[in-house]
Design a protein around this ligand. Structure first.
Ligand code: UD1
Ligand code: CA
Length: 418
């Protein structure tokens, strides 16, 4: 979108998390908190996105990567100061700027887009997102005059009397006319109690200069949740877990027991796949259509599973590709494997993919039959339609040729091809 830039504030220490890990790298549904906000910034058509990070924030910088411009806030003097760190880059910029906080993983793209649309339609110097909460404790309260005009934001620590009971809160998402913002930022004074410069003070300053402030309220009260403590993290996890499962069910996936099913935010699952109870599906997993997974299955990152695949009870699959119509019904582990189509992985068969130093690959070709309790000590190759007998141990480095049968420990080939 023309005339749109974004600033993500993520320099805060996250003191309330009491953690050695930066707050925004804590994960919700398997994905770091900041990733949700980066996804939004990447989807609203922003020409440029600045991420404000604190000093010595290598871990976050490495995570954020090169698509975003990192701006350093040397001293953590508050949210207004964080925005000031981008002043230089915005000096001659005449468009709008969206400000997001790095600690709000539940925001929806559609809401932010609606906010931008509204802002572009009016003359408001700022359009911001509010939410009405049962318990507004901890958030900035939205102050309105007798006619309902938004005139200020009062931070929780400064809210007194009736202000404490105001249920409408500041989510921390704003669209500003950039030059109006920069002008008002200059006048922000340090908060007396906290000695920090509050971005929220900009609102009152803009109103005093005769500007109009507009807002929209979220439909979904959970959307504005800011992750400040481990309690918030658990709450975000609960809400997002439900959202992920709901979206999957609405897209055609059967989930028999949502209460015991854990699916990460970035897993992709095709229609008519059924997920049985007590199943965990992690991020960076793709599962095709018509599959059945579980009960008690764990599909770990890096798995690509085709269509009509059956992954049954007490199974684990990690960094593995599985072709269409393959079945693996009981007590199996596949790690670093590439498995073809219509393969049968017998009960208890496993890949021994780790030799104590390295993870090694296993390749099982189309139509192969891996007997019960077989152990494939990777690296190993099993050819097309080859059979590995029950209880066999296929030693490291071995190839079982196409159509042949191998049995024993160590496995020996007893029948070669047709
Ligand atoms: C802030 C808002 C509050 C709002 C709430 C919504 C202010 C003063 N208050 O409060 O009105 O209801 O968010 O979640 O803005 N940050 C920096 N540099 C700093 C300080 C903070 O980059 O010096 C970043 C943090 O990393 C965080 C964001 O700004 O991502 C918000 O800071 P935080 O301390 O979490 O503010 P809240 O107290 O939650
Ligand atoms: Ca916060």
């Amino acid at each position: 979108m023309k005339d749109l830039r974004t600033i993500i504030l993520a320099a805060g220490k996250g003191t309330r998390m009491k953690s050695a890990t930066p707050k925004v790298l804590h994960k919700v549904r398997g994905v770091p908190v900041i990733q949700y906000v980066l996804n939004i910034a990447g989807s609203i058509g922003s020409q440029k996105t600045y991420v404000v990070l604190g000093h010595k924030s290598e871990a976050i910088q490495n995570y954020v990567g090169k698509d975003f411009e990192i701006v350093e806030q040397k001293k953590l003097l508050g949210t207004a100061d964080a925005v000031r760190c981008v002043e230089g880059q915005l000096k001659s910029y005449k468009g709008d700027v969206v400000i997001l906080c790095g600690d709000t993983p539940l925001l929806r793209k559609s809401t932010i887009k609606a906010l931008i649309r509204k802002h572009k339609k009016t003359t408001a110097a700022c359009t911001l997102l509010t939410a009405v909460l049962h318990d507004p404790t901890g958030y900035g309260r939205i102050i309105r005059d007798g006619s309902g005009n938004l005139v200020a934001i009062r931070e929780d620590a400064d809210a007194v009397g009736f202000e404490r009971n105001i249920a409408e809160i500041n989510v921390g998402v704003y669209v500003f006319k950039c030059q109006a913002l920069l002008g008002a930022l200059k006048a922000v004074k340090a908060n007396e109690k906290k000695k920090e410069f509050y971005l929220t003070d900009v609102i009152e300053l803009l109103v005093e200069e005769g500007n109009k402030i507009d807002s929209i309220e979220t439909d979904d009260k959970t959307e504005g949740l800011g992750v400040n403590t481990r309690l918030d993290l658990a709450e975000a996890e609960r809400i997002l877990r439900k959202r992920v499962l709901t979206d999957l069910m609405l897209s055609g996936v059967t989930i028999l027991d949502p209460e015991t099913t854990y699916i990460d935010a970035e897993a992709k699952i095709g229609a008519d796949t059924t997920i049985y109870p007590f199943t965990v599906i992690e991020s960076d997993v793709r599962i095709g259509t018509g599959c059945s997974v579980g009960p008690f299955a764990r599909i770990r990152p890096g798995c690509r599973i085709g269509n009509d695949v059956e992954i049954g009870n007490y199974t684990e699959v990690s960094r593995t590709k599985i072709g269409n119509k393959t079945i693996m019904k009981h007590f199996s582990f596949l790690g670093d494997a590439s498995v073809g189509t219509s393969v049968n992985v017998g009960a208890g068969a496993v890949t021994a993919n780790y030799d104590g130093e390295n993870k090694n690959a296993t390749r099982i070709s189309d139509g192969a039959f891996i007997g019960s309790d077989a152990i494939l000590v990777a690296p190993v190759k099993v050819g097309k339609k080859a059979v590995v007998g029950a209880g066999s141990v296929v030693p490291k480095g071995k190839t079982i040729p196409e159509n042949s049968i191998a049995v024993g420990a160590p496995a020996k080939i007893i029948s070669k091809g047709k």
